[in-house]
Write a protein that binds this ligand. Structure first.
Ligand code: FUC
Length: 348
């Protein structure tokens, strides 16, 4: 029996002739969190069951599978989560043309975003608990200004809270709005339709045809986007069958509750739930509507992709809420480090 969260490192595989390592933490309750060097990707969050362990997140057996499709499975996202219209980033009244990677849009930090990078990592051993520290220097060759040093610290408390802390420092003014693109499936089934979701949000952002948010906020009351009370995902998805998206791919304006929680996902069959804590004003909920059959070599579904195989819940800062192309909320000033924390409270 271990008496603190302790860490190990093993070789995972090779990607582009580089060794990819897997960093793991296990706590006193037998919960395991592991992270891959490729993309600072969460590979596993598993909890003990009567017969073994259940992994609560989607994953692949090989590094190459992660970049074989556009779905960012459990990867670290940055410099900026979400979509920048026409790749036009406005900073100090100047337009910076970013490379685009989704038609005319720059999505999730572009083609050289955090998820495509091979991160260095280590287990930092401490008396109370070991932590995983992932490091990476994001070069301005990604099209964004500034050389940015990024560190993501992953910890796992004795109370089964996974904590992800993103910190960055840049030598020039740039933008920083990171998230972790974790897809949860807490159940035994191949989709999340039996899960219940609660989001502390009374508004979603209106989206244009490119899925870029406008400045308009739409009240969720009396719509299928109202998750203020816990709602069965299958019912909500069925009610969205006449929309283009056929499920959730939306930016919710969130208000943390008194414990800092913005959303909660639960599976009644396994009785496992995860509550998400974040201080930022937004949450993207994506029910994997567009998952393709091919190029989705998921372990859980034995090599096939399926819509609704998981749900990504991505805390982030919403930009341009009052004025289009206003990125002031996510600016990172030169040599002024900034951090954002996301927590998953696991109950099982
Ligand atoms: C979410 C969505 C996107 C995209 C990506 C994989 O952030 O908003 O539409 O498909 O995940």
């Amino acid at each position: 029996m271990i008496n603190k969260t302790s860490g190990t490192v093993v070789d995972f595989d090779e990607y582009q002739e580089q060794k990819i390592k897997k960093f793991s933490l296990t706590n006193q309750h037998g919960v395991t969190l592991s992270v891959l060097g490729l993309g600072s990707t969460i590979y596993e969050i598993s909890v003990p069951t009567k017969t073994g362990k259940r992994n609560l997140v989607l994953n692949y057996a090989h590094s190459r599978d992660y970049l074989d499709n556009p779905f960012y499975v459990c990867m670290a996202i940055g410099r900026t989560a979400g979509r920048i219209a026409n790749g036009r980033l406005m900073l100090d009244g100047q337009t910076i043309q970013l490379p685009t990677n989704e038609g005319s849009t720059t999505l999730h930090g572009g083609a050289q975003g955090f998820n495509t990078q091979i991160w260095q990592g280590e287990i930092v051993h401490a008396t109370n608990e070991d932590v995983i520290k992932m490091y990476h220097e994001q070069a301005s060759s990604d099209g964004f200004p500034g050389q940015m040093l990024v560190c993501v610290t992953y910890s796992l408390t004795k109370d089964d809270v996974v904590e992800i802390k993103f910190s960055a420092n840049s030598n020039e003014k740039t933008v920083f709005n990171p998230t972790q693109h974790t897809y949860f499936n807490l159940g035994k089934t191949e989709t999340i339709k039996q899960h219940w979701l609660k989001i502390n949000s009374n508004q979603v952002l209106e989206l244009d045809k490119q899925k870029i948010p406008t400045t308009k906020k739409l009240p969720v009351a009396h719509t299928s986007f109202d998750f203020q009370g816990s709602t069965k995902l299958g019912t909500a998805i069925a009610a969205m069958s006449d929309t283009n998206e056929k499920g959730l791919d939306d930016l919710f304006v969130v208000q943390p509750d008194e414990s800092g929680i913005i959303a909660e996902l639960a599976d009644p069959e396994t009785n496992i739930s995860v509550a998400i804590e974040s201080k930022r004003n937004g949450l993207v909920a994506f029910t994997a509507n567009s998952f393709t059959e091919e190029h989705m070599n998921l372990i859980r579904t034995k090599g096939v992709g399926r819509p609704y195989a998981g749900i990504a819940l991505e805390p982030e800062t919403l930009t341009g809420l009052e004025k289009e192309n206003d990125f002031s909320e996510i600016e990172l000033q030169p040599n002024r480090p900034k951090s954002y924390t996301i927590k998953y409270h696991l109950h099982f």
